[in-house]
Design a protein around this ligand. Structure first.
Ligand SMILES: [Zn+2]
Length: 201
């Protein structure tokens, strides 16, 4: 009766995927937390159906759990942006929002940090601009945010770091890069070097 869950490696991105097995009917469902790949295997079909990952959206609300959703294949980036903006307006206790996009599937924080339940409430214009940057890419991004400091920190996920930057008193979590990178001083951060960092991984 019931089901059990374990973890497996995603064949598409090598990230961690959750595998759920229904002990009543033998149905297996795999979902990659990183790229969003879905593999559904009913007991009558040993191969099952695969939906390739096109990225994921991570959201967390204060006093609530985290939700990871697949980005629907074929959805335009404008539609993703509109969806997230609407979503944040309906979840006033939003504390964290991040996206993973192909080809790197890095976790890019739009708002919030992995450790705290601040800030909220809905997406501010700055967050929307950052989303637009992640979804469309723009060398002009830094001119909008006017950062005064930047540093990198480890995440629990192997192979990734978070680059934090922003104006005084307001950390903006932007990106992840390879482990082993030296801490990045703001003085060394130019639009070109930031873009190089984002393009790696
Ligand atoms: Zn994956």
């Amino acid at each position: 009766m019931g089901s059990f869950t374990d973890q497996t490696t995603c064949p598409q991105c090598r990230g961690a995927a959750v595998r759920e097995f229904d002990t009543r009917d033998g149905h297996t469902h795999e979902f990659c937390l990183r790229c969003g790949r879905v593999h559904d295997r009913p007991p009558t079909d040993p191969h099952g159906a695969v939906q390739d990952g096109h990225g994921t959206i991570l959201t967390r609300v204060r006093d609530g759990g985290s939700i990871i959703r697949s980005i629907t294949p074929g959805l335009s980036r404008q539609a993703v942006l509109a969806d997230l903006t609407t979503w944040s307006q309906h979840h006033p206790t939003l504390s964290l929002l991040g996206v993973r996009l192909p080809p790197a599937y890095r976790l890019e924080f739009i708002t919030g940090t992995p450790m705290t339940a601040a800030p909220g409430p809905s997406l501010e214009q700055m967050h929307v601009e950052r989303l637009r940057f992640l979804l469309e890419g723009s060398d002009e991004y830094l001119a909008h945010t006017n950062p005064t400091h930047a540093y990198v920190a480890h995440l629990h996920e192997p192979g990734y770091r978070v680059l934090t930057h922003g104006p005084d008193g307001a950390d903006l979590w932007l990106s992840c890069s390879d482990l082993g990178d030296p801490p990045l001083a703001l003085s060394a951060l130019t639009p070109a070097s930031l873009k190089a960092l984002l393009d790696r991984a």
